[in-house]
Design a protein around this ligand. Sequence first.
Ligand SMILES: CSC[C@H]1O[C@H](OP(=O)(O)O)[C@H](O)[C@@H]1O
Length: 346
Amino acid sequence: MPPHDTIRAVEWKDNHLILLDQRKLPHAEHYLQLYSAEDTAEAIRNMVVRGAPAIGIAAAYGLLMAARKAFKQYPHDWRARLQPDIEVLAAARPTAVNLHWALQRMLKALDEHDADPIHTLMAVAQQIHQADIEANHRMALLGSELIKPTHGVLTHCNTGSLATGGYGTALGVIRAAYGEGKIEQVYADETRPWWQGSRLTAWELMRDKIPTQLICEGAAAHLMKLGKISWVIVGADRVAANGDVANKIGTYSLAVLARFHGVRFMVVAPTSTIDLETVSGEQIPLEERSADEILNVNQQRIAAPQVGAWNPAFDVTPGKLVDILVTEKGIVLRPDTEKLSTLMQS
Ligand SMILES: CSC[C@H]1O[C@H](OP(=O)(O)O)[C@H](O)[C@@H]1O
């Protein structure tokens, strides 16, 4: 088994938030100390912390810090004073539903237990964090059971400890399956333009000593055609009620290619990523980021002068292209509205 991962993208310590600055990986491990919701929202916006579950956990701690400050400064109307902090956190990144889910969980707890609000918020934030780690270990076992010994799997973006409370979603399944001797080779998309694959997934898997080859996204079809992989295993930022999956740009292409080549397509996501209030993928807000992320590398322009760029950060894979959705509550084959409703009621 690979060593139990010790990477902590998000940590609550001494009443403030500590974030591993993922913009600087893999060449530097630099931690930021944050003390406000505003700083937390900026860190999420700037992808100091990224990955749907990690974003939700960070937002929960951001709200906790805002509440502690408001409660001290405005003991009689602190809750009303929180609104701007809630809004700035909620607006930080639009696609990952975990951010909104975490904030709603925190506010609902306040409505139900307002006797000692700060203690309540601290307990809920830490419960959200710990539950995510436990969900990842559960999903790793469930997902790995589905994988017969195979030569290779392909993953996209980063879905490991850096994207979650710890261990990872899709990367957690890969870690567990490798540990059980079921995977010989991991292929990881470099995942332009933010390079989550080259910089983050490769860093995590090299720490675990898991054999990994990076590929350009454009090589995925050729990899499948040569029969080098049996699975594409990815995460999610939001699963709509009908099973449509929003995930890093390029995921939809992989799903179409996988179906064409008879490669199985697995999405691994905790139920905090499933959003029954969003009827289908058409309604999922898809973040567009700065063209500079495409035009520049390390703040140096690589693109021809004057050319522009279109930079959607996510796309939507129809549920019918998802062979298996793995959650901590169980697996769903070809997710659809009825199956997800049943899962979420279980
Ligand atoms: C385990 S969820 C990770 C999810 O988030 C990534 O997006 P980003 O790096 O922009 O936050 C990507 O969609 C991953 O699948």
